[in-house]
Write a protein that binds this ligand. Structure first.
Ligand code: PMP
Ligand code: GLN
Length: 384
């Protein structure tokens, strides 16, 4: 294999899901819901398939979806984008991440990643020949200067820094960055003339009246931010891989210049259905978040009851535990042993860090039905 693949381990999600299947363990590892999104949206997809929407879509995406995305950004955040030039449809946010990095990063350029980072970010930085510079996200919501303090950001920047990858609500920690924290990041990006790629796939999955704030809404940030999202988390269709990017024409067209050589266009028939979801079921993701909040509470209370320290997430569908107190020095070893010991799968976080801040951290998902979470908790209390 090519050098660009060397040193990148296989995605931990595949290893852990395979382990769950092989051992019959309850899978609280890979984040995917065990209940599909609204049947009404599925009907739209079937109708699109049956009514001949089966040939190539336009490169930037089906116009109805680009218009629905622009309307969504205006309705929720007051952000105005021209659907013709400032919105692009991607094959999941994953392709948006890949195309953005390949379009904007030259060999030797540096990219700031907030660790723990979603695992496709470092892989794509390496594909582009870039160099990643980690900034550790604090898990302490009352940390002075915020969870991404200016000093930590300054320590990671150099004259070669091009890009900062941001993710809020944050996978895997469940952190939802506050306005103050985002202002710190925005001032840093402006002062160093950085482009921000903001992964907001969990934008609607926030709890306790915590609101998601797109960094593009802050002063001077619209023109330097490429915002990514997708249908996967908001509408519980992670397998659809319909995503989108919004931003100034310069950045969206750069992303499309890379995308045209990757997939050319994204799958056509699911795009009208995604447009339908955004246009007609705008309230659905909030109901999902409300329901998820109850499952978050169930999981976190259960983990605490069995003696596992857990950070209460403000968003996403993940909670993080420190397993050091249970006597484990290594989260990967803990997670590899857990299916045999307890019949449960979780995801180790050490691979999402460059520093060893994640050595003892384990992620659990609560995007599973209540009885599945209860079963996992019962198994954990018997077998941990
Ligand atoms: N970013 C983050 C932070 C994610 O958790 C996910 C979901 N795996 C993605 C991007 C990818 O989203 P999609 O499935 O739309 O490609
Ligand atoms: N976003 C999901 C997670 O973090 C799925 C990741 C994946 O399958 N690559 O678990």
């Amino acid at each position: 294999t090519a050098r660009r693949l060397q040193g990148i381990p296989p995605t931990i999600f595949a290893e852990m899901s395979a382990l769950a299947v092989a051992t019959g363990a309850v899978n609280l590892g890979q984040g995917f819901p065990d209940v599909d999104g609204p049947a009404e949206i599925i009907k739209e997809a079937v109708a699109a398939l049956e009514s001949g929407r089966n040939q190539y879509a336009p490169g930037p995406g089906v116009p109805a979806l680009r218009e629905a995305v622009a309307a969504h950004q205006r309705r929720h955040y007051g952000l105005a984008f021209d659907p013709a030039r400032e919105v692009a449809v991607t094959t999941g946010a994953t392709e948006g991440i890949a195309a953005a990095i390949l379009a904007l990063v030259d060999p030797g350029d540096e990219v700031i990643l907030v660790e723990p980072y979603y695992d496709s970010y470092p892989a794509m930085v390496q594909f582009a020949g870039g160099v990643r510079r980690p900034v550790t996200l604090s898990l302490d919501a009352s940390a002075p200067g915020g969870r991404l303090p200016r000093e930590a950001l300054e320590a990671a920047v150099s004259a070669k820094t091009k890009l900062l990858m941001l993710n809020t609500p944050h996978n895997p920690t469940g952190t939802v960055l506050t306005r103050d924290e985002l202002e710190t990041v925005a001032a840093f990006a402006r002062d160093h003339d950085l482009t921000v790629v903001s992964d907001e796939v969990y934008e609607h999955l926030t709890f306790d009246a915590m609101a998601h704030i797109p960094i593009a809404t802050l002063d001077g940030m619209r023109e330097r931010t490429l915002t990514l999202s997708s249908i996967g988390k908001s509408f519980s269709f992670t397998g659809w891989k319909v995503g989108w990017a919004t931003g100034p024409e310069r950045l969206v067209q750069a992303l499309l210049a890379a995308k045209q050589w990757m997939t050319f266009t994204s799958g056509a028939p699911l795009q009208p259905a995604a447009a339908y979801a955004l246009d007609h079921l705008d309230g659905w993701p909030k109901e999902l978040a409300h329901d998820l909040q109850g499952r978050r509470d169930l999981l976190c209370a259960g983990l605490r009851e069995i003696g596992l320290d857990v950070t209460i997430p403000e968003g996403t569908y993940f909670a993080v535990s420190d397993v050091e107190e249970l006597g484990w020095a290594d989260s990967l070893e803990f997670c590899r042993a857990l299916p045999e010991r307890a019949g449960v799968v979780a995801v180790p976080l050490q691979g999402f860090y460059d520093t060893d801040a994640g050595k003892h951290l384990v992620r659990w998902t609560f995007t599973k039905q209540r009885d599945v979470i209860e079963e996992a908790l019962e198994r954990l209390s018997n077998g941990r």
